[in-house]
Design a protein around this ligand. Structure first.
Ligand code: GLA
Length: 376
């Protein structure tokens, strides 16, 4: 499958871990529709690890859904999810066991692809634990992509090898539609900051067909659930979401959408930030300005419609002022033009600036604008 824009959806892992069930998936599907998340673009509902029995069926060799968590099997769950207008995602692993020690797909790729197709899956997250040392990771992702391409269903492969083996160099050639480039996120500012910064040099490898996945969002988790850590403030969550949007990363929600709070819902359905993330040109973001500490940046991203997104980002622990000259985005003083700004968080008109901008940004916060070049 060749996604043209960063995929959007929800994944069970961050909040639920192994505590998944038929009822929980159905309730999540209901919530994604009722709260307007599907309408905003969050279309995939992905079941992560821990969905199966610990052993394959001895007769058919197929993976079997957990009989307690999914007593009626997966097809009924998938039918329910599809009935809501959503797409259905499953999880497996390139190794012999999944990361949480359930059966993996190693040497069962074609059989499992057929099983996932029979479930009605539209998406498969494919992890990297328990890979035999002698098996080449590149080859294993080629195998599963070939298997999916020949299973009779369009299934997006979401590779998850955490950035190992210089994955950005070869993953696009396998047919994967997105690829995890980092280790696991946890619900803390330090975690999302380090993950984001680690991929600044790799943003150029991300684009239509194969997107760099910097992990499921922790926005709105409020330190509850499987990847709880220190938790984040509202200000930190909005920075996380804005950076994922600027980066053009897949947006997979990780909070419990059944109980999502109003602040989080408003943030993740913000039309300006989503416009930046889903811009059809998928041009890479770049650092238009970087402070000496490597923690304060002005990121820019050229959008379609002659617009440019700007994110004044303060990832340091001190409040500060961020500055950048418009020349850094190709607008020299000699052009005698200015930037008309819209505040992406509020949608408010933020006026016209010329030559440069200098604004205060609190520690861990960011200010995001959508700008248009105008005559002065
Ligand atoms: C790995 C992945 C996570 C999650 C778990 C499940 O750690 O990186 O995103 O899928 O496995 O066990």
């Amino acid at each position: 499958m060749f996604p043209k824009k960063p995929p959007m959806g929800f994944n069970t892992w961050n909040t639920f871990g192994e505590n998944i069930s038929d009822a929980m998936i159905r309730e999540t599907a209901d919530a994604m529709v009722e709260k307007g998340l599907l309408k905003a673009g969050y279309e995939y509902l992905v079941i992560d690890d821990c969905w199966s029995e610990k052993k394959r069926d001895p007769v058919t060799d197929r993976i079997v859904p957990d009989r307690v968590k999914f007593p009626e099997g997966m097809r009924v769950v998938s039918d329910y999810v599809h009935g809501k207008g959503l797409k259905f995602g499953m999880y497996s692993c390139a190794g012999v066991r999944t990361c949480a020690n359930y059966p993996g797909s190693f040497d069962h790729e074609f059989l499992d692809a057929e099983t996932f197709a029979a479930y009605g899956a539209d998406f498969l997250k494919y992890d990297y634990c328990y890979k035999p040392d002698y098996a080449d990771g590149t080859l294993l992702y080629r195998r599963i992509c070939t298997a999916l391409d020949n299973c009779g269903r369009d299934i997006l492969l979401s590779a998850c090898n955490w950035g190992a083996d210089n994955v950005h160099d070869w993953i696009r050639s396998t047919g994967a539609g997105m690829y995890r480039s980092t280790g696991d996120i946890s619900d803390s500012f330090v975690s999302f900051r380090d993950i984001f910064l680690s991929q600044l040099d790799n943003v150029k490898f991300s684009g239509p067909g194969c997107f760099n996945d910097i992990d499921m969002l922790t926005v709105g988790m409020r330190n509850r659930g499987n990847v709880a850590s220190t938790g984040c403030s509202d200000l930190e969550y909005r920075t996380e979401f804005a950076l994922w949007c600027m980066f053009g990363a897949p947006l997979m929600l990780g909070c419990d959408v059944r109980t999502i709070d109003d602040t989080t819902l408003k943030l993740v359905t913000n039309p300006y930030l989503l416009r930046i993330n889903q811009d059809e040109a998928c041009r890479p973001m770049f650092a238009a300005h970087k402070e000496w500490d490597g923690q304060r940046y002005v990121f820019a991203r050229v959008l379609t419609n002659h617009e440019i997104a700007l994110a004044f980002t303060n990832l340091s622990d001190n409040d500060g002022t961020l500055w950048f000259p418009f020349d850094a985005i190709g607008l020299p003083v000699s052009a005698k033009k200015g930037l008309q700004l819209t505040d992406a968080f509020t949608g408010e008109d933020a006026g016209v600036e010329k030559e440069y901008m200098r604004i205060p940004v609190k520690a861990h916060d960011c200010a995001v604008f959508i700008a248009k070049v105008v005559n002065l």
